[in-house]
Design a binder for this molecule. Structure first.
Ligand code: NAP
Length: 228
């Protein structure tokens, strides 16, 4: 019998993170999923067989404690999904230091810090490290300027991911910066083009397609390459 595949999903209380957990469990993966507040993660708790862990991505202490608890595990997939939209105004002129610090900590620095912590626990040769980016992080994209600060955070995430990947010794793991589509979640809103299930089925298909290739790719949930 083939070995059961293992995943660590960061930010799984709702939306796409929860959708990824459901999709992977449906495909018989063993899933560890993190949330900030386990006491209120009722939807995640309702998914059979998931191991739930606590992590506030912004907190180094919280990350260190998680790393200690999971130190003996090997993962076929580590998916950093957690993210925030940032302040409502989305303008450089109005942005406070606190707003920018929060946005860039959660969307840029903390995901890479987590990756640095866990990259050695990817399964050798076939493990995949995935980040939830966005097509809005493509610097040539003229759309979504009402989300200017969020766009900048995803471009910065892509850039920091590139630096991180380039710093790893060869052979490098497969690293994906993924665009999930415009999805109907709390963040995507009710007018999103696709539902969570469609997006997550596509995202998991890309993880499986790229496993074992090595290197860094920016693709959407349908496998289309996105310009950096
Ligand atoms: N929806 C879209 O159309 C779309 C498009 C492109 C990219 N994305 C990206 O996809 C990812 C998920 O978005 P979504 O649409 O599912 O949004 P969502 O419904 O707002 O969910 C965001 C998730 O991130 C978690 N999170 C936020 N800050 C965190 C922190 N400091 N530590 C731990 N967890 C934290 C939230 O946990 P709590 O429940 O504790 O707040 C929640 O589980 C984000 O990175 C987003 O930028 C979404």
């Amino acid at each position: 019998m083939a070995q059961q595949q293992t995943a660590l999903i960061i930010g799984a209380s709702r939306g796409l993170g929860l959708g990824l957990v459901k999709q992977l469990v449906q495909q018989q993966w063993a899933v560890t999923a993190t949330v900030r507040a386990p006491q209120s993660a009722d939807e995640l708790k309702a998914v059979t067989g998931v191991k739930i862990e606590t992590l506030d991505l912004d907190s180094q202490d919280s990350l260190t404690a998680l790393a200690q608890r999971l130190s003996t595990q090997v993962f076929d997939l580590i998916f950093v999904n957690a993210g925030v939209l940032g302040p409502e105004h989305q303008t450089a002129a109005a942005a406070t230091q606190e707003e920018l610090g929060q946005l860039f900590m959660t969307n840029v620095t903390a995901p890479i810090r987590l990756a640095e912590q866990f990259v050695a626990q990817l399964r050798p040769n076939t493990g995949v490290l995935a980040f939830m980016s966005s097509v809005l992080g493509s610097v040539m994209n003229p759309e979504g300027n009402n989300l200017a600060l969020y766009k900048a955070s995803k471009a910065a995430l892509n850039s920091l991911t590139n630096s991180f990947v380039c710093s790893l010794p060869a052979p490098r793991p497969t690293v994906l910066s993924l665009h999930p589509g415009w999805v109907r979640t709390a963040m995507g809103g009710p007018n999103g083009e696709i539902d969570v299930e469609t997006s997550c089925a596509g995202l998991v298909a890309q993880v499986q397609r790229f496993a074992g290739t090595g290197g860094h790719y920016f693709v959407d949930y349908q496998g289309q390459t996105i310009a950096w």
